[in-house]
Design a protein around this ligand. Structure first.
Ligand code: OXD
Length: 312
């Protein structure tokens, strides 16, 4: 039995991943594409932006497992083998990183750090009046494992947290939940700091255009750690120019790496980070992936499986 690791992203250190997986699954032979050996041996493919079309080469493949939380990099392959389970990665270290990244920007905006930086450049000593955290509403789009964990951390810091998702949900504790297109404007109009954690699907692509962005209150902020294609970047740039939105911290973009000539790079109200909000941690993620492979071997369902219906 063999596992194939495949990625086109050079920063994904395949050596580290391969030894992490080998340690978590000594019973398996871990191979790194293109050194696949006999294609008949490959039963599991563990991928991050794998070369398009390669997954149809393995007649005994049982499942495709993502090295990241999202699976858009898998399902965008036009030549995927039919009917194989695609397993997302829910890993507590990755979730923890996303929480820390979100907290960093929420606190940066909440405590006016972005303004103090500008003031310092012109040697201005102006004390902005502080807002209590309970008077600041954080709106989270995408209340899956990661979104809910971010929301809970913010509630612990006394922020008011509301959430939005495509369909009804229960058990969200203190997070007031809105869902569906009809409730999107109501959700956005109460949101002082928007955190997007939505995955990219046919339904979420460009879900935030100029119209939706203008429902956010004047002076609000955006933190995007979901996917770039969800917020229309040209509309975001034009609404930032009007100062209706005070600033945006963007970790994900419609095209990555962000092209050098993209105006987001030098917009004074935009903070760019290179898709680092939740980097998968090889030692903990390899264990999670190994547990899922063992579940499949025992005839049980891995968690969480990508659903074609919901698109994530
Ligand atoms: C992921 C990501 O999907 O880093 O894990 O975007």
């Amino acid at each position: 039995m063999a596992i194939l690791l495949a990625s086109t992203d050079f920063w994904e250190d395949m050596e580290v991943w391969s030894s992490g997986l080998q340690e978590a699954m000594p019973e398996m032979d871990v191979r790194v594409y293109p050194d696949e050996g006999d294609v008949n041996d490959i039963e599991y493919a563990v991928v991050w932006k794998h070369p398009r079309g390669i997954l149809t080469r393995y007649p005994n493949l049982k499942a495709i497992l993502s090295l990241g939380a999202g699976v858009d990099h898998v399902i965008s392959d036009p030549e995927l083998p039919d009917e194989l389970p695609i397993v997302r990665l829910v890993d507590k270290k990755l979730t923890h990183e996303m929480i820390l990244h979100s907290l960093h920007w929420v606190l940066h905006f909440h405590s006016d750090q972005y303004l103090y930086r500008i003031q310092q450049q012109s040697r201005e000593w102006i004390q902005q009046s502080s807002v209590q955290s309970e008077d600041r509403t954080i709106g989270i789009m995408g209340l899956g494992n990661i979104g809910k964990a971010i929301g809970d951390s913010l509630i612990n810091l006394d922020f008011k947290v509301i959430g939005w998702g495509a369909s009804p949900k229960s058990s969200l504790g203190a997070i007031e939940y809105y869902y569906g297109q009809e409730q999107l404007s109501g959700f956005l109009s109460q949101t002082d700091i928007l955190i997007n954690v939505l995955p990219l699907t046919e339904n979420t692509k460009d879900i935030l255009t100029k119209t939706e962005l203008s429902y956010l209150p004047k002076g609000s902020f955006i933190i995007n750690i979901g996917r770039g294609g969800i917020i229309n970047e040209n509309d975001l740039l034009s609404i930032l120019d009007t100062r209706h939105i005070a600033a945006a911290a963007l970790d994900v973009f419609a095209e990555e790496p962000l092209p050098e000539n993209n105006s987001l790079w030098d917009h004074p109200s935009v903070y760019v980070t290179p898709h680092i909000a939740g980097q998968s941690n090889p030692s903990s993620a390899a264990k999670t992936i190994a547990e899922n492979i063992r579940l499949i071997e025992m005839g049980e369902s891995p968690y969480p499986i990508y659903s074609l219906n919901s698109g994530y």
